[in-house]
Design a protein around this ligand. Structure first.
Ligand code: GTP
Ligand code: MG
Length: 273
């Protein structure tokens, strides 16, 4: 990595980077890489055993980039094999299957595993993460929608792409943006450029949207106790309306959350004397 940094003042010279793939077994990590590098798709599942390693060359602006790709096995069984490969990484491809909610919910655990392996001095801030919401061709089975995935990714300052290794949709675009971001990072002294590091919405907004999405009824949605008064309902409504109003909030899913809050208030007020 230090060698990379010393080259950053000479844009014509080549750069060597390390990227890794992470995510549950069978979400399509190997197929995404194969689709990009070999322009083909394999429909038969061949589980990665431990780690697959490959080298590829790409061009970003006027630089030749040598990419070392470490494609990790997602199965817990391979934890001992993959844990030593987290260090000295500039980019992470974090994959989930849009038809498997578990694989989306597991993303936090993948980040935690990486953090743990990097140890107390490891810095996750200066790594480019791209989240791939994969298998979007399987529309019938989709259970994690775009705004939910995008919200998770963007609230962490990660890139987000909808991909299909089967059709190729989103794959080139994802890798292109990913590599450009990594080169920007290297040319910025190994620090994430500030434009990428902060989301354009607050944590409070992201948390409110998530809470509304997971609420069990209208009371829960507004965050009031069942049987609350008109005043309490209106007060809770106003707070959320200000937080999530489409003119003020650009977080993914905010428009639907705002509509849901309006409907919840209407429904509750109908039944409160
Ligand atoms: P591990 O190596 O075990 O961690 O799995 P992986 O994440 O590398 O999954 P892999 O790429 O091997 O793909 C798993 C299965 O999903 C295979 O049967 C693929 O053909 C299929 N698959 C991968 N990507 C897609 C996709 O975009 N659409 C569809 N329909 N199937 C896909
Ligand atoms: Mg694999």
């Amino acid at each position: 990595m230090e060698a990379n940094m010393s080259k950053r003042k000479d844009p014509g010279r080549s750069l060597r980077i390390k990227v890794i793939s992470m995510g549950n077994a069978e979400v399509g990590k190997s197929c995404i890489i194969k689709r990009y590098c070999e322009k083909r798709f394999v429909s038969k599942y061949l589980a990665t055993i431990g780690i697959d390693y490959g080298v590829t060359k790409v061009h970003v602006r006027d630089r030749e980039i040598k990419v070392n790709i470490f494609d990790m096995a997602g199965h817990p069984f391979f934890y001992e094999v993959r844990n030593e490969f987290y260090k000295d990484t500039q980019g992470v491809i974090l994959v989930y299957d849009v038809g498997q909610k578990d694989s989306f919910d597991a993303l936090d655990a993948w980040l935690a595993e990486m953090k743990q392996e990097l140890g107390p001095h490891g810095n996750m801030e200066n790594i480019i993460f791209v989240v791939c919401a994969n298998k979007i061709d399987c529309t019938k089975h989709r259970c994690v929608d775009e705004s939910e995935g995008r919200l998770w990714a963007e609230s962490k300052g990660f890139l987000y792409f909808e991909t299909s290794a089967q059709t190729g949709e989103g794959i080139n675009e994802m890798f292109q943006t990913f590599y450009v971001s990594i080169v920007d990072l290297c040319e910025n002294g190994g620090k994430r450029p500030t434009t990428n590091s902060s989301a354009s919405f607050t944590k409070e907004q992201a948390d409110a949207i998530r809470r509304i999405r997971n609420s069990k009824d209208s009371w829960d949605m507004l965050g009031v106790k069942p049987g609350a008064s008109r005043d309490e309902v209106n007060k809770a409504y106003r707070k959320l309306a200000v937080l999530l109003h489409p003119d003020k909030c650009v977080a993914p899913g905010s428009e639907d959350a705002f509509k849901a809050v309006v409907n919840a208030r209407t429904a509750l007020l109908k039944n409160i004397k």
